[in-house]
Write a protein that binds this ligand. Structure first.
Ligand SMILES: *Cc1c(COP(=O)(O)O)cnc(C)c1O
Length: 496
């Protein structure tokens, strides 16, 4: 058996990709990582003239060596052949002197679909006949719906989603609350996203709770801490590069930059995986909103979460602990798991840590970081719409602002800006930006934007208003275990 994966906090841990995906999370609290990524070199010339699915197969076979070729092909077919509204899956659009990589053409109009159409398919290949798995997900809005769509009605799997009460947009909330399926559980918690995420992590580490659920029922995660969700995201970095080669905007081997609107650091970390595997990337431009913990880190080497949690116009990035940053620390410390454990213990105990100057320097080689205020988000949306007739959602607009800052010192290298959501998911801000009008009702705002721009409304977002609300639970943030227990009983015991 190929035991390719280890834990960021203990390099004695060794397990195959399948076990890493099923567990989601290492028992020592660390995340699963693939050591020495640069050994997995992808030959770029091999990717030219291949479609998304074919590129996905090449990348996934490298990162998931214990899956058979047939298993990988089946997963790719189920994940991407029917549920996206374009055959390119992640199309590139040229705007002014940069390219937008649209990652929102999946069933929920969020980039999370790319990972979350694939993760359930991988999970299905991993379970033995008697095993059952309950997926736990903390969401700041988009992960929840994307995970529900990926996992719904799959046998032997249930999914429970926790979202912050009053912390997601009206449309996001409706998208989740109207989900059908016989194994989907959704509740608001009285708390913010970090509360939801840290409580889910605690539950994963609560051995006595896991025992109570029974030996054939395991808990797993659909958050980007699960390597099975992160790996599919590596694909679009390669696929977008190949699109630029096909359009003859770049030659094979040319360097490019990627700007990535960042919250949990999963998306941009997938880009780093691509770079380690041979994609010629000069810099990753990491863009945060006013929860700019990472910007401060890049300036000082100090990661400090002791600060007020802000609700911004880009709510899917309202995060203070970027979980996947732990994975970057692992690679950039020379895969020193004791060192990473020490930093993560400090983060847990005192809410901050400082890295060694060498580690910070290594990180700065590959990454630039900046942030955008809410006011700048609105200005960017308006400006790009007026000048270039391209409509961005607020998260993409965060990226746009930081990309422009970066370009002041490097305007020559071809730039790809990742667009992480349809503008129709965050209609309040978009309407205010381009119509100069506050429209309280999300539905009215959607119609008004459509009238002004003629941009088609994605089908799933147009329909959500007419669907019945099936889930309206609200619970205390320390009642999450009880809730899960009830749902495990409902999903797995009653039916069999
Ligand atoms: C999740 C999300 C992000 C942040 O991605 P990470 O992988 O958490 O860094 C950005 N934009 C949108 C719309 C998202 O849903």
């Amino acid at each position: 058996m190929n035991k390719n994966y280890t834990s960021t906090r203990d390099n004695q841990v060794q397990l195959p990709a399948k076990a890493a995906i099923r567990k989601g999370f290492s028992d020592d609290g660390g995340l699963f990582v693939y050591p020495e990524l640069s050994k997995l070199k992808v030959e770029l010339s091999q990717l030219v003239h291949k479609n998304y699915q074919e590129i996905a197969k090449i990348i996934l076979m490298k990162l998931l060596p214990d899956f058979s070729e047939i298993q990988i092909e089946e997963c790719i077919k189920n994940a991407y052949n029917h549920s996206f509204d374009t055959s390119l899956i992640t199309p590139i659009k040229q705007v002014d002197n940069f390219n937008v990589l649209e990652l929102f053409h999946g069933p929920t109009s969020a980039f999370k679909d790319i990972g979350l159409q694939m993760l359930p398919q991988l999970m299905k290949q991993v379970l033995t006949p008697e095993q059952r798995v309950m997926i736990l997900t903390a969401t700041s809005g988009d992960t929840g719906k994307a995970a529900l769509e990926g996992f719904k009605n799959l046998e032997k799997m249930g999914i429970t989603v926790f979202y912050p009460h009053d912390g997601v947009s009206k449309i996001q909330q409706l998208q989740m609350q109207t989900t059908n399926g016989n194994n989907t559980e959704i509740t608001a918690i009285k708390g913010n996203f970090d509360d939801a995420q840290s409580n889910v992590k605690k539950i994963f580490n609560d051995q006595s709770f896991k025992q109570k659920l029974g030996e054939n029922i395991s808990l797993s995660s659909a958050n980007s801490i699960n390597i099975g969700r992160l790996i599919p995201q590596v694909v679009y970095y390669f696929a977008s590069y190949i699109q630029l080669v096909t359009k003859e905007q770049i030659k094979l081997g040319d360097q490019v930059n990627f700007t990535v609107p960042t919250g949990n650091f999963g998306d941009v970390l997938a880009g780093y995986y691509a770079k380690q595997m041979g994609l010629p990337v000069k810099k990753f431009i990491v863009a945060s909103n006013e929860n700019n913990v990472l910007t401060k880190f890049f300036q000082t080497g100090i990661y400090d979460r002791n600060r007020p949690f802000l609700k911004t116009f880009a709510p899917s990035m309202d995060i203070q602990i970027s979980s996947n940053f732990e994975r970057l620390l692992y690679y950039k410390s020379g895969e020193d798991t004791q060192y990473v454990k020490q930093l993560m213990d400090q983060l847990e105990n005192v809410g901050k840590y400082q890295v060694k100057p060498e580690v910070l320097a290594e990180i700065q080689k590959d990454f630039y970081c900046g942030y955008s205020t809410d006011e700048e988000i609105k200005q960017s949306i308006e400006q790009v719409y007026e000048q270039d007739n391209y409509l961005m959602d607020p998260h993409t607009a965060v990226g746009y602002k930081v990309m422009r800052d970066y370009q002041e010192n490097d305007s020559k290298t071809p730039m790809i800006l990742l667009s992480t959501a349809s503008p129709y998911k965050f209609t309040h801000v978009v309407a205010e930006a381009i119509l100069k009008q506050k429209i309280d009702d999300d539905f009215d705002a959607m119609q008004a934007i459509n009238k002004k721009t003629n941009l088609p409304i994605p089908k799933n977002l147009a329909e959500v208003w007419n669907l019945p609300v099936l889930h309206d639970d609200v619970i205390d943030k320390d009642k999450m275990e009880d809730y899960i227990q009830q749902k495990v009983e409902a999903d797995f015991y009653d039916k069999n």
